[in-house]
Design a protein around this ligand. Structure first.
Ligand SMILES: C[S@@+](CC[C@H](N)C(=O)[O-])C[C@H]1O[C@@H](n2cnc3c(N)ncnc32)[C@H](O)[C@@H]1O
Length: 391
């Protein structure tokens, strides 16, 4: 790997890869230090060490999900690209070093089609216009490509022509969905979806399991490193040692970690909890598609509220993979009350993870293993899998 750096023509403007000019080996060292700073002392007190970060061999083209905002340009042009760092000025981009090569071309084709069909882009200052964003998801182990067109209004005039135009220019598209977001917000996606072409979902494979991913459900953007992450999480559950536990997969998204666990341990039972309705219905179909539906059940609920009502349950292992904000003291208190033998905490924000791990350590758990994983090369973000055991 050495001291190789990568270049990008819009690196100065686009805020995406803030560490692009830093050699990858140094990026990994910095991330390692970040995790050691936050978790090293606790790990050492518990007799564990922070293991070396798992990086990528070739840290490019790893993002299988990409998005663009749309905005008015001169002479009826529709701009697409990335927001310049800290602004809402769009920097055009023909190809992005870290994205699947299909992604940017499809997003830009959506802008050209909108121009041609005179579909007005959204004007966020005035709250008018139609086309707000597009999000594309490209399969890693499949050829599925799902395009989501986010509109302010439910009615998308010329939708049929738009679909024909996009399919003609981008024959790799396997599905197109309209997502409606009428809120005045920075969030890209709204709640309702309308399938314009194809099945309205995409599929991918991780660790030999097949997953259906809906237009609004969470799916890791770097699938190659997701396999690394999930392998570590599964090792943390202890199922590799022939155990067949009852597992709680909290913040389960489309059920990916729990289903991979159930597929590996033929007697394991899994309960998954996530607050997004579309993710839970995907998780149920995913369990079916992988032949583990009789051993997996999924609940749509806020994890903390679910925990408050789940006092009679018993779990041998709790896997938790919360969003960047981390979990809540009430949820973590509930985990401790379950008294599982093992807790596997997967996190994309080591600061909140460190905070939450202290709660578990104060309730009778010790860190057994801490492993950083680089899911987002050229950015400062680091993912981390921490395994705790009951003392
Ligand atoms: C980092 S993702 C992990 C998903 C899944 N484990 C995976 O690897 O794809 C976090 C998940 O937490 C869910 N989530 C966020 N806040 C939640 C809450 N308060 N209660 C339940 N689920 C929540 C999100 O919908 C998302 O699916």
């Amino acid at each position: 790997m050495g001291y190789r750096t990568y270049t990008c023509p819009i690196a100065r403007d686009c805020g995406g890869c803030e560490w692009l000019a830093v050699p990858y080996s140094i990026q990994l060292r910095r991330k390692q230090e970040q995790v050691e700073e936050l978790l090293g002392t606790a790990a050492e007190k518990d007799g564990a060490t922070v293991e070396p970060i798992r990086g990528m061999d070739e840290p490019v083209r790893y993002r299988h999900k990409a998005a663009t905002p749309f905005a008015h340009g001169p002479h009826g042009r529709v701009h697409s690209g990335f927001y310049a760092a800290g602004t809402h000025r769009i920097v055009p981009c023909d190809d992005c070093l870290v994205e699947d090569p299909r992604a940017r071309r499809i997003l830009n084709a959506a802008a050209r089609a909108a121009e041609k069909l005179r579909i007005p882009p959204y004007d966020e200052d005035r709250g008018v216009g139609v086309l707000r964003h597009a999000v594309v998801r490209c399969g890693w182990k499949t050829d599925d490509v799902l395009l989501v067109l986010v509109t302010r209004v439910d009615e998308l005039r010329g939708a049929e022509r738009l679909v024909s135009e996009l399919r003609a220019g981008c024959p790799e598209l396997t599905s197109i969905v309209q997502n409606v977001n009428d809120r005045h917000t920075n969030a890209i996606l709204g709640r309702s979806n309308k399938t314009l072409f194809g099945p309205g979902v995409m599929h991918d494979r991780l660790l030999g399991c097949t997953f259906e991913i809906g237009p609004t459900s969470f799916y890791q953007t770097n699938p190659a490193q997701t396999e690394v992450l999930y392998r570590l999480a599964l090792e943390g559950t202890g199922i590799a040692g022939g155990r067949e536990p009852h597992l709680l997969d909290a913040y389960c998204g489309t059920g990916t970690i729990g289903i991979c666990a159930a597929a590996r341990a033929s007697e394991a039972l899994v309960t998954g909890v996530d607050q997004v309705p579309g993710a839970i219905s995907c998780a149920q179909r995913n369990a079916h598609a992988n032949g583990v539906e009789e051993r997996c059940s999924f609940v749509r609920a806020d994890a903390t509220k679910w925990m408050a009502k789940a006092r009679d349950e018993t779990y041998d292992v709790v896997i938790m993979d919360p969003p960047r904000a981390g979990s809540t003291p009430a949820f973590l208190g509930g985990v401790a009350r379950f008294a599982p033998e093992r807790v596997v905490y997967v996190s994309c924000n080591v600061e909140t993870q460190a905070r939450d791990l202290e709660i578990l350590r104060a309730r009778g758990y010790r860190l057994e293993r801490v492993v950083p994983v680089d899911m987002f090369p050229h950015t400062k973000h680091v993912e981390c899998v921490a395994t705790l055991v009951r003392t």
